[in-house]
Design a protein around this ligand. Structure first.
Ligand code: ADP
Length: 909
């Protein structure tokens, strides 16, 4: 039975007992209560009624007595009334009493007796009263004393008896009630004892059944706790079906789990022990070869230690050795149990035999039960073949650096093989570090030798250092002196800088002055050149030859003056640093073409040969430089060459040379590649002593030169300065009477050989840098007449207007003119049939740019050709003209031919 059920049963029993017990006690009390009621309700009432009867008889008797004694007849009726009333009360009480009796009981008999006596008494009393009434007083008294009184006494005796009977009854009931009480008390005590016993029994029953199972479980558990074999634990025998049985079950399951755990732990312990054994062995063996400094020693110690450790009876250690020639080999370095015959081969190549194969594959090879004649292991007692042979590679970072071969009489256990593997892993590192150490040792020896040498050298150095120290001291003294000087120099420098500022200011003023002056000179020169040319042309034929010659002289002098002005302007620009270079890709072939086309007519004029040669390898090359300045240098050199050569030839050669080929360059600005352009002639040549002088401004080789050849002496100095701006220089080689060669060297910062397609414009030769692109572009329809065309000329210089008008009118062109921009525009609106506008740029009120912009704003004149007239010929002036809307530009002084071809181009587009 379950422990819980037992408890339920026990407590239910106790509760039932308590219930029965309570019921009985209540029942007992009920009976006792009834008894008490019996006494009070029955006996006591009877006694009371009997006493009432007695007192009524007494009072009736007394009334009768008084009546008899007094014999007052007046009171007779009153007393008879009282007697009657007393009789009624007596009757009533007697009737009540009678009703309470049970038939056949002693009581009843007594009651009947009382009843009878009462009847007799009344009759006797009534007879006495009747006698009295009949005035027979004495008879009445006698009657009363003889009859009535005895009846009364008997009646009283009966009543007494009755009362006694009732008292007896009451005593009986009390005794009965007392018995019931005691019985109840005993019953309660009995029931309490029974309940207690029952409770004790249940408690003992439950307690015993629990403690018995618990004791069993505890004893089994104690056994389990004390058991030495945790893999075999005692079990709890489950016989009951209560909670203890569940505990037993649970315990048994736990015991199974514990046994399994114990088994697992045993296994783990075993593995751990094996690992520990392995680690101890590894530690022992690795400790053995600590401090070994050569590979042979290491091999011997290792093989001697490993063989007993893993139960091998035979062992050989092969070390890898790099051969001076050919592939590395495995050389025997140590053996275990070697006998006189020595074990194994001396060496193996990689892949040779099983040892070589093991090294080549970097894999363990195990041979089980090799043939009897494979190898014999012998001791003093006998000889036998091994059962297993293991060949193990030793590696470091994937490279096999040694091989170990071991033989055993028994098969190697997994833990032995594990130990072998771990040891070979560590061995790999050790072999490598020993090899490294050996190498370091060797290097150390070498370095020691070097140290000795170094020491000797350092001693020498120390000596030198001391010498240097002395020198240093001397130098310091000199530095002090030089510092003083440099301070003085600093002061001088400040003074000089101050002066320099003044000079720069002055030079600025000078340049400004020169620029303005050249502009002022060019403007009048413009009309002078135009008009003198027209005179020289003598179209009307009204001038004498002499006059024509004069005109020609005026024209050529004007041209010379223009050249001089240009040169002075150029030089002043260069000197004041205002000359700006415009670098771009320049095609060498084009440079050559330009000068060739320019100078060919002059050569044929003078009857000279003219050769232009561009080295083949650079014919298609483009270089990065300022084309205009390069052209300027070449034009200058070539015009000098033609000027100073009367017969023979002039040649131009362009080539690219290496920096080293240029000897004595004045600065090291030359780059790896240098452009060398030579202009050679067979002219008068220059004396050695004059060769340096001619590069100075206004200097000529011969003071009389200018008289014979003309010139200002500025050309070469401008060329030299431009070359210097381009980081290059000009060199001269010349012999008097034989000829001269001027070579320009310019460093090349960039070379390009793939040619962008040349536009017509680029390919066309430029004759004069002052001329416009349109002229360059076309050869000009020279023969086309401009007759009848209407041109508006806007210029503030009346001389110019006059000269141009005269010149253009000679071609039957209709000219209208204005003196400033504003006027020009007004005039244009009046003459909308104007074919072309020539617009001067520098004008008062409204300048040329403004006026051109204004004209272009009107859609009507969107395509009207406007030629701008610039005086300074600055590069940016031209760009500004085109930007403002000019179709083309021409610079002052105007060359008539140029102007005419420009007009043709724009009027016959
Ligand atoms: P210009 O030629 O205007 O006098 P340059 O500066 O060009 O001035 O030349 C200076 C001088 O150098 C010339 O006057 C001349 O005496 C001499 N010279 C220049 N080039 C040659 C040359 N190719 N042959 C002979 N002498 C020359």
């Amino acid at each position: 039975m379950k422990f819980r059920t037992k408890l339920f049963v026990g407590f239910a029993t106790i509760l039932s007992l308590l219930f029965i017990f309570s019921f009985i006690v209540i029942r007992m009390f009920f009976i006792m209560n009834q008894n008490m009621h019996g006494i009070v309700d029955d006996n006591y009432t009877k006694v009371r009624l009997a006493n009432n009867v007695r007192s009524d008889i007494n009072s009736l008797s007394m009334e009768t007595n008084e009546l008899l004694l007094d014999a007052n007849m007046d009171l007779l009726n009153e007393r008879s009334n009282r007697i009657r009333q007393t009789k009624i009360s007596l009757n009533t009480n007697l009737n009540k009493l009678e009703q309470m009796f049970e038939s056949q009981s002693d009581e009843n008999k007594l009651a009947q007796q009382i009843q009878q006596l009462h009847g007799l008494f009344i009759e006797s009393n009534d007879a006495a009263v009747e006698l009295l009434r009949n005035n027979k007083k004495e008879q009445a008294i006698s009657w009363h004393n003889s009859n009535t009184e005895p009846i009364k006494v008997t009646l009283f005796e009966s009543i007494m008896k009755f009362n006694k009977l009732q008292e007896y009854d009451m005593d009986q009931s009390l005794a009965k009630s007392t018995d019931t009480y005691y019985f109840t008390i005993r019953l309660i005590i009995g029931l309490v004892i029974i309940t207690l016993l029952c409770g004790i029994f249940v408690a003992i029953w439950v307690f015993r059944s629990v403690t018995k199972s618990l004791a069993h479980i505890i004893s089994v558990m104690k056994q389990a706790a004390l058991s030495e074999r945790s893999d075999q634990l005692p079990r709890i025998e489950v016989e009951t079906k209560d909670e203890m049985a569940s505990i037993g079950h649970v315990y048994n399951v736990m015991a199974i789990a514990l046994e399994e755990h114990a088994k697992y732990q045993k296994q783990a312990n075993f593995i751990l022990q094996e690992q520990n054994w392995n680690k101890t062995k590894v530690a022992e063996i690795t400790a053995m070869y600590q401090g070994v400094q050569n590979l042979t020693g290491l091999a011997k110690i290792f093989i001697t230690a490993i063989c007993p450790a893993i139960g091998a009876s035979y062992g050989v250690f092969y070390n890898r050795k790099e051969m001076e020639q050919g592939l590395p080999r495995l050389i025997r370095a140590g053996a275990y149990a070697a006998d006189n015959k020595e074990i194994g081969f001396d060496s193996f190549a990689f892949g040779e035999g099983l040892v070589g194969q093991c090294a080549a594959e970097n894999k363990v090879i195990v041979l089980t039960e090799p043939p009897k004649d494979y190898i014999q292991i012998s001791s003093g007692l006998g000889t036998a073949s091994p059962v297993q042979i293991a060949i193990v590679p030793v590696q470091f970072e994937g490279n096999v650096i040694a091989v170990i071969e071991l033989a055993s009489f028994r098969e190697f256990t997994p833990s032995q093989l594990q130990l072998l593997e771990e040891l070979t892993d560590i061995l790999g590192i050790t072999v490598n570090s020993v090899a490294g150490q050996m190498q370091i040792q060797q290097l150390l020896n070498e370095s020691q030798m070097f140290t000795v040498e170094l020491q000797t050298q350092s001693e020498e150095l120390q000596l030198q250092q001391e010498e240097l120290k002395t020198l240093n001291e001397q130098l310091e003294e000199q530095i002090e002196a030089s510092e003083k000087k440099s301070m003085e120099l600093g002061k001088i420098k400040t003074v000089l800088e101050e002066k320099n500022k003044h000079i720069l200011l002055a030079s600025g003023y000078k340049s400004e002055f020169l620029a303005n002056m050249s502009h002022e000179l060019r403007t009048p020169l413009n009309s002078l050149l135009i008009l003198s040319q027209m005179l020289a042309e003598n179209k009307e034929g009204n001038l004498s030859p002499k006059q024509v010659e004069f005109s020609q002289t005026i024209h050529s002098s004007g041209k010379d003056l223009l050249g001089l002005i240009n040169d002075v302007l150029n030089l002043s620009k260069i000197e004041s640093g205002k000359l700006e270079l415009d670098f771009d890709w320049v095609h060498l072939k084009k440079v050559a073409n330009v000068v060739e086309r320019q100078f060919d007519p002059i050569a044929s004029n003078k009857g000279l040969q003219f050769h232009v040669r561009v080295a083949d390898e650079i014919f298609d090359t483009m270089i990065y430089t300022d084309e205009q300045r390069l052209q300027q240098i070449l034009q200058n050199l070539l015009s000098n060459a033609f000027k100073f050569t009367e017969q023979g030839s002039v040649s131009l050669e362009i080539q690219m040379i290496a920096k080293e080929e240029v000897q004595g360059a004045p600065n090291d600005s030359l780059s790896e590649l240098t452009l060398a352009i030579s202009v050679s002639d067979t002219g008068i040549g220059i004396a050695k002593e004059k060769q340096a002088v001619i590069f100075e401004a206004f200097r000529q080789a011969d003071g009389t030169t200018s008289r014979k050849y003309g010139g200002t002496g500025l050309g070469l100095s401008i060329c030299q300065k431009i070359a210097q701006l381009l980081n290059g220089f000009i060199r001269i080689e010349s012999e008097e009477g034989i000829g001269s060669t001027f070579t320009v060297y310019i460093p090349i910062s960039g070379v390009r050989s793939e040619l962008p397609a040349l536009t017509n414009q680029e390919a066309a030769a430029t004759i004069d840098s002052n001329s416009s692109d349109a002229i360059k572009e076309s050869d000009g329809p020279m023969d086309i007449s401009l007759k009848g065309k209407k041109i508006l000329l806007v210029d503030d210089d009346l001389r110019n207007i006059y000269a141009l008008t005269t010149a253009l009118e000679a071609h039957h062109i209709h000219i209208i003119f204005a003196e400033n921009g504003k006027e020009g525009i007004n005039l244009l609106y009046e003459n909308t049939d104007t074919d072309l506008v020539i617009m001067d740029i520098m004008m008062p009120k409204m300048d040329g740019y403004e006026a051109i912009k204004e004209i272009r704003r009107n859609a009507q004149f969107k395509s009207l050709p406007i030629i701008a007239l610039t005086a300074k010929a600055m590069k940016y002036d031209r760009e500004k003209c085109i930007e403002a809307g000019a179709s083309d530009y021409i610079s002052k002084p105007i060359l008539l031919d140029q102007l005419m071809s420009l007009l043709r181009v724009w009027l016959y587009r």
